[in-house]
Design a protein around this ligand. Structure first.
Ligand code: MG
Length: 391
């Protein structure tokens, strides 16, 4: 039977401490990993939502100094949540969280890592069931790989895989017992986990089946698969550019010389189409804009073919492990007609981007003779580009 299926009046009250005070710097994320976005919302919010859905009433979240406003925003709308500033070690942080729950005196408490976003309700049910006959219960998984002992460099001995288990959180305890155990803890400040604190206090710790969905987000790769398992991370960028039409200039669009009575004037070869594409690629790569990389004030770029800008933007993306997915470009002008050049432009652009021609789309529109494009004073271009993370 599920916690959530038992009538509230006969259910033991279940609270949880979520430990979110760690810096989490390993994951190469701009925020500590427990606050980083993962599959559409902060990792911590996932963890809080899944515990609530599994039947936890009161939540105490232990946070780093100064993170109060940030976390309040992340957890907006959740009821019965208290925030506590963490201590110097995980151990201290958990004790602070338990102390903060003492007033509510829950029967049972889960102690959980914020970096485990998905907590299946079945695991919570198994833990709570185990607490009927044991003061402490933890989820564990078998070890699949063979295990060894080492001094860090050399193999010392084969370890007995059958005697080993991987330990996950949430770990579950009768509240009064674990609070007393933490208060009595005399060991090192990094006990590792709360099961060890419980065991040191003489509490028997039961094992229940863990779940691979409790995976702890640890490394940058864990965040790359940001859309869901088996999905590829896609980044989107947009670009927009305008250049003035002037007599006596050549008209380059997408690296193709177009016959017209006027050409585009400006920086480099003024290829407005490629400039929009460059900005879209830079945007998707998180690399600023074309002006930062190729400043108009730098004489080096005067008259330069814009193809070089595209190649540079693509190489910046590649350095981040990103390749172009597709580009959709719209040229906005009254004249010249784009149709006769469209296929050549697509070939040219696909070549510069290193993609199949099907991954490039070029559209053209007028503005019904309105505005500067309608008066044939200039040509505008806008582009959308996607970048795909290399697997
Ligand atoms: Mg430009």
């Amino acid at each position: 039977m599920r916690m959530t299926d038992v009538p509230a009046s006969s259910r033991p009250t279940l609270a949880a401490v979520i430990v979110a005070a760690g810096k989490g710097l390993r994951a190469d994320q701009p925020l500590p990993k427990q606050f980083a976005n993962w599959r559409g919302k902060p990792v911590l919010r996932h963890a809080a939502d899944s515990l609530k859905a599994a039947g936890v009433s009161r939540l105490c979240v232990v946070i780093p100094e100064g993170a109060g406003d940030l976390v309040e925003e992340m957890l907006a709308g959740l009821e019965q949540v208290v925030l506590v500033t963490g201590g110097a070690s995980r151990q201290d942080s958990v004790r602070e969280g338990l102390e903060a729950l003492e007033g509510a005196s829950p029967d049972l408490v889960l102690i959980h890592d914020a970096a485990r976003p998905d907590c299946p309700a079945e695991v919570v049910d198994r833990l709570v069931s185990a607490l009927a006959s044991s003061p402490a219960a933890i989820p564990v998984l078998p070890v699949v790989d063979s295990m060894i002992e080492t001094d860090g460099t050399l193999l010392r001995a084969k370890a007995d895989r059958d005697a080993l288990r991987r330990v996950q959180t949430p770990q579950a305890f009768r509240f009064a017992d674990i609070l007393a155990a933490h208060r009595a803890w005399q060991g090192p400040s990094d006990a590792g986990d709360d099961a060890q604190v419980a065991q040191a206090a003489g509490l028997e710790v039961s094992l229940v089946d863990g779940d691979e969905r409790l995976h702890k987000l640890t490394f940058a790769e864990d965040f790359r698969d940001n859309l869901g398992q088996g999905c590829t991370m896609i980044r989107v960028g947009t670009g927009y550019d305008v250049h003035r039409l002037a007599a006596g200039e050549e008209l380059w669009l997408c690296g193709v010389l177009v016959e017209h009575d006027k050409g585009l004037s400006g920086h480099s070869d003024a290829d407005v189409a490629l400039h929009a594409v460059v900005d879209a690629v830079l945007g998707a790569a998180g690399e600023g804009d074309i002006g930062q990389h190729f400043p108009p004030s730098d004489p080096k770029w005067k008259g330069a073919p814009s193809s070089r800008f595209v190649e540079h933007a693509v190489s910046l993306a590649a350095a981040k492990g990103l390749t172009v997915g597709n580009v959709d470009l719209t040229l906005i002008c009254e004249a010249p007609k784009i149709g006769p050049y469209r296929d050549r432009m697509k070939v040219q652009l696909a070549g510069l981007l290193g993609v199949h021609i099907d991954s490039v789309n070029i559209k053209a529109t007028t503005t019904e003779r309105l505005g500067f494009t309608g008066r044939k004073e200039g040509i505008a271009a806008q582009a959308v580009a996607t970048l795909v993370a290399n697997q």
